[in-house]
Design a protein around this ligand. Structure first.
Ligand code: SAM
Ligand code: DTB
Ligand code: SF4
Length: 348
């Protein structure tokens, strides 16, 4: 008998479009059923972002406040010092985050940068957190260096469908992105790859994005679905709002196509009400970015998220394999965290 839990990589456009066309309740029921077959539906993975190098990016991504081509009023910053990054990671851990995601506004990392980012990976891991980085395109050698440093996840988004992509970015191709994803996989790291909705794309582009993700040789372990954060000065500052139900549909279809992956309710929560976020969890989202800032824009306050989790009976997900902190390596230069207050634990 075929294994009904087997993952598929041969989805057709018609099948994916048909999921999007389902009545909302039928789609959510299917997504919730799949979610429960693979995950505890009341656990959500919690990651914190840190912009380790901000602004002045040479790329022209139309959504991005960090592109040097758009006047968004963002101050450019140099690569953060390793000690400072570790202090931020320690604070994020203290607040309850289990994964620390470090992002840099680069087209791709330079060799001279890699010695520092690999130290960041080692230091964050030594704190007992999972590590993720998003540094732009990687060649084979760079991917291998990061994997050797112990990097758990690499984030590199496809952003949208192959057809709409050229309307959003001209400085790197869709194939460039697929090559980076292949290099990351080959080096043995986990893949975090998703996209952005609400950029003026058609539903068919949301179909195309999820179809491409689901038909990769392996599903990304983590699939961030970002709702565009409209930033003044970027070409997409005045993009039309996406119907929240279409946002939820995108999450639900991602859940059905990639049932073993964590689907992240990613950027855009600051402008979402609690009900929409609850629907996203019902549709199968089981990861969020936690902490007051994404990379450069606002995210809900930690306290507000703790309350939302408590109201919904959600608890933060622990590591699959608990990791023991190796404190002595880093504690020499870490300040004592000022803040406290862990998540409410719905299991208690
Ligand atoms: N520079 C690297 C790159 O693009 O490969 C890594 C950092 S970049 C900021 C990471 C991702 O953030 C982008 O691929 C995009 O999906 C997301 N992002 C950037 N600006 C956004 C916005 N205004 N709204 C939603 N998502 C955004
Ligand atoms: C992802 O998919 N979303 C995150 C992370 N990966 C790096 C970034 C969101 C950025 C939102 C705009 C900003 O704060 O600059
Ligand atoms: Fe640069 Fe990344 Fe922003 Fe594109 S998304 S402009 S590559 S920082």
């Amino acid at each position: 008998m075929p294994d009904s839990r087997a993952l598929r990589h041969d989805w057709t456009r018609q099948e994916v479009a048909a999921l999007f066309a389902l009545p909302f309740s039928d789609l959510l029921f299917q997504a919730q059923t799949q979610h429960r077959a693979f995950f505890n539906p009341n656990q959500v993975q919690v990651s914190t972002l840190c912009s380790i190098k901000t602004g002045a990016c040479p790329e022209d991504c139309a959504y991005c406040p960090q592109s040097a081509r758009y006047d968004t009023g963002l101050e450019r910053e140099k690569l953060m010092a390793v000690e400072q990054v570790l202090a931020e990671a320690q604070a994020a851990k203290h607040q309850g985050a289990t994964r620390f995601c470090m992002g840099a506004a680069w087209r791709s990392p330079k060799d001279k940068d890699l010695q520092y980012v690999t130290q960041m990976v080692a230091g964050v891991k030594a704190l007992g957190m999972e590590t993720c980085m998003t540094l732009g395109m990687l060649d084979t050698q760079q991917a291998q260096q990061l994997a050797a440093a112990g990097l758990d996840y690499y984030n590199h988004n496809l952003d949208t469908s192959p057809e709409f992509y050229g309307d959003i970015i001209t400085t790197r191709t869709y194939q460039d992105r697929l090559n980076t994803l292949a290099n990351v996989r080959e080096a043995g790291m986990k893949v975090c790859c998703g996209g952005i909705v609400g950029m003026g794309e058609a539903e068919n582009d949301r179909v195309g994005l999820l179809l491409t993700l689901a038909n990769l040789p392996e599903h990304p372990e983590s699939v961030p679905i970002n709702l565009l954060v409209k930033v003044e000065g970027t070409p997409l500052a005045n993009a039309a709002d996406l119907d929240p139900f279409d946002f939820i549909r995108t999450i639900a279809v991602a859940r059905i196509l990639m049932p073993r992956s964590h689907v992240r309710l990613s950027a855009g929560r600051e402008n979402m009400n609690d009900q929409t976020q609850a629907l996203a969890f019902l549709a199968g989202a089981n990861s969020i970015f936690y902490g007051e800032k994404l990379l450069t824009t606002a995210n809900p306050e930690a306290n507000k998220d703790r309350q939302l989790f408590a109201r919904l009976g959600i608890e933060p997900e622990a590591f699959e394999v608990p990791m023991e902190p190796v404190k002595p390596v880093v504690e020499q230069y870490l300040p004592t965290p000022k803040t406290s207050g862990l998540f409410y634990n719905a299991a208690n």
